[in-house]
Design a protein around this ligand. Structure first.
Ligand SMILES: NC(=O)c1ccc[n+]([C@@H]2O[C@H](COP(=O)([O-])OP(=O)(O)OC[C@H]3O[C@@H](n4cnc5c(N)ncnc54)[C@H](O)[C@@H]3O)[C@@H](O)[C@H]2O)c1
Length: 429
């Protein structure tokens, strides 16, 4: 059993805190957001994530998981202090490190000797040195160690991913600190890669940039497929059967979104530029992705003649299924474009309605997919939630003003929908 503090109770921090508590450790979760902390003290998960609520309740009841907003309460007893605060994109496209700096400065005065600070936030290469310097100059405590431990979990399967990682990456100056952190992960039985701070930080960015590249690559192939009469879904299937390529992240559609890929690709590109390199591929990846929502609106406009004066329904709003996260979701760019072009937008999402009320105040929010379809001139599939797979399509058609669907996630069979009388367009088919 180790004593652990986790700073930042977002998707990564709360998952880390809950899972480490479940592995038998004594964990304090800390967040500066007092409202969030109060919810957590009442054992209420502040966002939707499968299995999180159960894990939270179980470990709080067992007394292994506590929450506070007070650094003086959480840090002094901790042998390990995880930093999992947000690192959003700043106005230049680089990573904004204000939260990391603030957390490091707040941790410093309370840090016990020989504690290990473990950074889980996704940060530009060299940030480990910045954190070390902040802590060292604030405390004069030379006996702490810093380990970079990038997180690879995915929202929507965060608990599962944390408990069954493909690998654990640990970057450190010395082997001892890395092996102490490695011990925390030992029960998971995952391979552990120990390297330098800089290399660990780079591994995280390189992974996200590569996955984003796969998505933009298949979207570029989709654009070509449409011109030459090929079906990108089958192309991706054929590519995915090649073990050198792999089937994941080859879904053509509205593009990537969320709190990670957009900001991480951009931050890596900015880092590259600042170091004098020319990140041509990363720029192409971002350009293609930014164009996808526009392309989908174009398809709808072609089917309808115009979207001006039309009522358009969106199925899904979150950036991907099984999460309520709408940060950088393609739905936001889609709504903006549709409204700029004079359309009225209605929408439904199984989990993101609360965020939608904040992020999309001018959108009419509905109770379910059937209510969205009522009186619509066109529907766009935005998020591939399972509950949209088995919709009663004749019923949907019955309530729409015009039976037009643009399938931004290639969820449906074009032939089946056309046979039902829909005008249908997918992406790259
Ligand atoms: N969300 C993901 O899927 C994911 C996956 C891997 C890595 N990451 C990375 O992990 C980091 C955290 O991401 P997230 O999605 O969990 O963020 P989030 O925005 O959901 O949560 C961050 C939390 O940190 C808190 N916070 C900010 N400053 C603080 C401070 N000084 N002290 C204490 N708390 C503070 C905020 O109040 C918030 O609750 C980011 O760097 C992100 O890139 C995210």
């Amino acid at each position: 059993m180790s004593r652990i503090a986790v700073v930042g109770m977002g998707y990564v921090g709360l998952t880390t805190a809950s899972c480490l508590a479940d592995l038998g450790n004594d964990v304090f979760g800390l967040d500066v957001d007092v409202k969030k902390t109060r919810r957590l003290q009442d054992s209420k998960a502040p966002f939707y994530e499968p299995d999180l609520q159960e894990l939270l309740t179980r470990n709080a009841v067992a007394g292994r998981l506590r929450f506070t907003s007070n650094y003086a309460e959480a840090i002094p007893s901790a042998e390990f202090v995880f930093i999992a605060v947000g690192t959003p994109m700043d106005s230049t496209g680089a990573a904004d490190l204000d939260n990391v700096r603030a957390a490091s400065a707040a941790i410093a005065p309370h840090l016990r000797s020989h504690a290990v600070i473990v950074n889980k936030s996704t940060v530009p290469i060299g940030t480990g040195d910045i954190v070390s310097e902040i802590v060292r100059s604030a405390t004069g405590n030379p006996a702490f160690a810093l380990v970079s431990n990038p997180e690879f979990l995915r929202e929507g399967s965060a608990i599962l991913d944390f408990m069954h990682p493909d690998r654990v990456v640990l970057g450190a100056r010395g082997r001892e600190a890395a092996s102490r952190v490695g011990e925390l992960y030992a029960p998971l039985g995952a391979p552990v890669l120990v390297t330098t701070l800089q290399t660990a930080e780079m591994i995280k960015y390189a992974c996200n940039a590569f996955l984003a590249t796969k998505i933009s690559f298949i979207n570029e192939v989709a654009r070509l497929c449409e011109r030459v009469g090929a079906d990108v879904k089958v192309v991706a299937e054929g590519m995915g059967m090649d073990s050198r390529i792999g089937a994941s992240f080859l879904d053509a559609g509205l593009g990537y979104g969320g709190s990670c890929f957009p900001k991480d690709v951009s931050a890596l590109a900015r880092s590259a530029e600042q170091s004098g390199a020319q990140p041509q591929l990363l720029h192409a990846v971002m350009d293609i992705n930014n164009g996808q929502p526009q392309l989908v609106v174009e398809k709808l406009s072609n089917l309808l003649g115009t979207v001006r004066g039309c009522t358009i329904g969106l199925l899904g709003l979150s950036f991907k299924p099984n999460t309520d996260d709408m940060r950088e979701a393609p739905s936001i760019a889609l709504v903006r474009t549709l409204q700029e072009r004079g359309a009225l937008v209605r929408a439904y999402d199984p989990a993101a309605m609360e965020s939608a009320r904040v992020n999309l105040p001018d959108v009419v929010l509905c109770e379910d997919a059937y209510e969205v379809a009522e009186g619509c001139d066109g529907l766009i599939v935005v998020t591939e939630w399972n509950e949209f797979r088995q919709l009663n399509m004749p019923r949907i058609k019955g309530v729409m003003r015009r039976p037009v669907i643009v399938d931004g996630r290639n969820m449906y069979s074009p032939d089946e929908l056309r046979a039902l009388g829909f005008s249908y367009a997918g992406v790259g088919r």
